[in-house]
Design a protein around this ligand. Structure first.
Ligand SMILES: *Cc1c(COP(=O)(O)O)cnc(C)c1O
Length: 236
């Protein structure tokens, strides 16, 4: 993808988010774009940053560290880890990311807390929820969510910001909205249960279901393909 194409697709993504917010009668600054740059080279991240994009999502730890090493001069860049997280990778994530969206068990949360360097701010985190109830999917179930949230809120080096989900694919808008609505309701329940916690984030909405997610209150939409083009899946 050329720089011109990236500029055009980033502009369309911004327009699409703006249109979705307007259609949902929400303020224009109520949701932000997270540019998912997994499998894409550092120079594309640099170009998106030059065009004003600041938040980037990565799924693979080593790939992300390699890219970050090339991009240390980009002021104000914010790195989000959004992929499955294994225990042996938590230290690198705790040291090199600003956010983690994929916490779905206590052990991972405790390791990130213990490994977050003192010189850095607490790590902003979301709990990943299995909102579609698919057996094979990662994410905590709704029944265990409150207990995991309580644990994470007790960890001083983590700041619990909200919930994230990757729903089962669906075509119709109404079908897309169902799991996303459940995620929104779960966040509302956590806010009532833990008043004072900084629970301001619903990380949901991808290239195929952004409109449904914005209708259901998404505050951070994660767009990969719509910004950077299709991924070469043979690399993974
Ligand atoms: C890859 C990925 C995305 C982006 O998906 P697209 O369909 O390319 O927009 C969003 N969230 C997560 C967790 C991902 O792994």
């Amino acid at each position: 993808m050329t720089d011109t194409m990236l500029s055009e697709s980033l502009t369309s993504a911004r327009e699409r988010l703006a249109a979705a917010l307007a259609a949902a009668a929400r303020p224009a600054d109520d949701a932000r774009l997270l540019a998912v740059s997994k499998t894409k080279p550092a120079h594309m991240v640099r170009e998106a940053w030059r065009l004003g994009q600041r938040e980037f999502g990565e799924n693979y730890v080593q790939e992300a560290l390699d890219k970050q090493a090339e991009l240390t001069d980009l002021e104000g860049i914010v790195w989000h880890f959004i992929g499955p997280l294994q225990a042996n990778k938590t230290r690198a994530v705790a040291e090199h990311f600003d956010w983690v969206h994929s916490i779905d068990r206590e052990r991972i949360a405790r390791r990130l807390n213990d490994q977050r360097p003192e010189r850095l701010e607490p790590l902003d985190v979301c709990l990943q929820v299995n909102a579609s109830g698919e057996v094979s999917k990662s994410g905590v179930g709704f029944d265990e969510l409150e207990s995991l949230a309580e644990t994470v809120l007790s960890l001083p080096r983590l700041r619990l910001r909200g919930l994230m989900t990757i729903p089962a694919p669906a075509q119709e808008l109404a079908r897309q909205r169902e799991p996303l609505a459940r995620l929104r309701q779960a966040l509302e329940a956590l806010r009532r249960r833990f008043p004072g916690a900084p629970l301001d984030t619903l990380s949901m909405g991808m290239s195929d279901d952004l409109e449904a997610a914005v209708l259901e209150g998404a505050t951070l939409v994660r767009l990969g393909t719509a910004i950077f083009g299709i991924r070469d899946t043979s690399r993974r």
